[in-house]
Design a protein around this ligand. Sequence first.
Ligand SMILES: Cc1cc2nc3c(=O)[nH]c(=O)nc-3n(C[C@H](O)[C@H](O)[C@H](O)COP(=O)(O)OP(=O)(O)OC[C@H]3O[C@@H](n4cnc5c(N)ncnc54)[C@H](O)[C@@H]3O)c2cc1C
Length: 381
Amino acid sequence: MQGLIIGGGIGGLCTALALQRQGIDARVFEASSVLGPVGAGIWVAPNAMRVLDWLGVANAVQRHGAPVARAQLFDHRGRLVNTLTGRDLEARFGYTITAIHRSKLHDALLAPLGNGAVELGKRCVSVRDVADAVHVTFEDGTDATGDFLIGADGLHSVVRHQLFGDVALRYAGETCWRGMADVPLPKHLRDGSVECWGIGRRMGFAQVGAGQVYWWATQRTAPGGRDRPDGVKRALVNAYADFPAGFPAILQSTPEPAIVRHDLFDLPNLPRWSRGRVGLLGDAAHATTPNLGQGGAQAIESAWVLAECLSRGGTIDSALERYETRRRPKADKIMRASWRLGRLAGVTNPVARALRNRLVTLTPRFVAMRQLAWVFRPPQE
Ligand SMILES: Cc1cc2nc3c(=O)[nH]c(=O)nc-3n(C[C@H](O)[C@H](O)[C@H](O)COP(=O)(O)OP(=O)(O)OC[C@H]3O[C@@H](n4cnc5c(N)ncnc54)[C@H](O)[C@@H]3O)c2cc1C
């Protein structure tokens, strides 16, 4: 069986790896002419770490990333609201969260696939599912044929568009800036992550390597905004000037060209994840807002389940349907929970804000762990 994967992001690479583990051959086609995502870091949650373990790359991810010993949430005055400890996560789910530079995560996924595993400069423009094969055409005029095709081509998926036309994305009302700062953190912050919920703005950071700090910062604003390349850092330092002292300092220590900006969307109205021999995976199928740090983790879970379903025999159509049946309930639930968390974090009314903070502060650790269990549990058979 020969598979075609469109997109060499987290979803596409994990799919290739999971298929390889099941003895299924797949080619990966990536639109970019160079490998690897730009800037920024990522949280790899315990459920994703468990799947990466099954894929044989968890050790490499841990080696190149940093375990999050505690995730602390502060209010806009810098008062501690809640802490999630790595020890509790490890005890319950086998892994804590790993914070890692995105390019390091890519390297860890690419290593077992081998050189040349990803064909670069291959932008998919059309997909045809005919009789017993799928044909894909690339912008450079070349094409490829396989038994099935997986669109792991991200939020603005061309493959999804080929299957279902325009499916509306839902704007979360927030834009997110991310970057990597070259700055040594004080000792007590080096092994954890810190997030601060301000009024209409949030910011967080975590060390991903020696002297390397990944940060993210959101603001409620209209979509489609642009930054002046030589003014974005100053604008961010000003916008977060009233956050606790460490936050503006991290922004100040970030090389300006490495700051990336994305409007936040999810994808609540996709009718199905496949048609015939063509399936969708990762953000192409189940894009979520990043409030739970689960978009990439869900792509990793999907890759594992998809490969399992394809390895069990039967027709490809039915394997793709089984994959959706197994994965969709959790991915949809994550999307809804993440959306609600974003609303809660973005509350601006002072009374509602105080109530929210009180509620989060008073939630005992064991209750918080129970509430998170469905998120951090890896996929079951
Ligand atoms: C601000 C922010 C913070 C986040 N933080 C986290 C986090 O901490 N933890 C977490 O788990 N998730 C996080 N996510 C979500 C995570 O980044 C995504 O869910 C994940 O990257 C999805 O992977 P993917 O492979 O599906 O898509 P992508 O990463 O978008 O990869 C798609 C790939 O397909 C390629 N491509 C696109 N079109 C074509 C085409 N036509 N032909 C060929 N190739 C194509 C692209 O170049 C790209 O390489 C965050 C997201 C945002 C926006």
